[in-house]
Design a protein around this ligand. Sequence first.
Ligand code: NAP
Length: 290
Amino acid sequence: MSFIWGSMRATASPETATPGALATFLGRCADMGCSQIDLADIYGNGHSEALVGEALSSSAELRDRFSLIAKSAVVFASEGNGATAHHYRNDAQHLEDSLSTSLRRLRTEAVDIFLVHRPDYLLNFDELATALERMVQSGKVRQVGVSNFPCERLKTLGSHLSLPIAHHQLEFSVLETSCLDNGLLDDAQSAKRAVSAWSPLGGGRFFDPGFAPADRVRTVLEQIADDGSEDGIAGAALAWVGHHPSAPVPILGGTQIERMERQVAKMTATRFDNESWYAVLEASRNQPVP
Ligand SMILES: NC(=O)c1ccc[n+]([C@@H]2O[C@H](COP(=O)([O-])OP(=O)(O)OC[C@H]3O[C@@H](n4cnc5c(N)ncnc54)[C@H](OP(=O)(O)O)[C@@H]3O)[C@@H](O)[C@H]2O)c1
């Protein structure tokens, strides 16, 4: 079981906030078997993409170890972009302009995967499908996918697209389990769509003392983990995500490499059987399965 590294918090930590430090950090991620970096135009207000671009351009060998996942669609209200309300844009102009900016910041001709970050309530499916097809035809994108799409909208987009929707990025963790019931993981299996799980440690809430859902889950995981240390329990929480047959890959957002190395080693060492996987689910939901 491997992981994707997520760059959302890259600008906030000394281990990742300068190109030199980030290059070292990414080299150690690659040594752990990570070969994909998750990005978005909004992370660090564009600075995360620029940081990753500069870090990877320092070494052709490092660059070759990674494929890149780009995302666009979310627009925050800010004076910098003139937007007065937080909103989503799936129109061709926005996505194509944003992709060009991302490629420039990332110092690359193409990204491996482009994801529509969130579904726009006002999206025109024909227009979105045509924009995604054009990205691939132009050679700027190798595969397309989505993030946070509900099942029905995913299917509707698929019916308009002449390309496969190769990837779905969704929230999944011991603290957020709705994709087990809303059909998205079943859909991924039947469409042979890759799944990645964002905030697999609840964005850090898993470690919040006194946060009741985390406390309940941690008590169960302590019995299953490779060892009962903080990193052992975190590794088990990540392994729980990967136990699903749709093979979700966790997107780790950590920025402390030594801690991540310990967590990933424990993730790899932890094995679930289906019964213990259910025990974690019941603890998360605080109710027995019917
Ligand atoms: N598609 C979407 O809508 C969407 C939404 C959110 C995120 N994402 C992607 O998913 C990635 C991961 O999200 P995330 O950062 O929320 O994931 P996460 O891996 O669940 O959380 C990372 C956070 O947990 C903290 N942490 C890890 N171990 C800890 C410990 N033992 N004690 C205390 N804190 C600990 C990290 O701190 P340190 O920084 O100190 O290591 C970091 O702040 C993002 O980078 C982004 O690429 C996508």
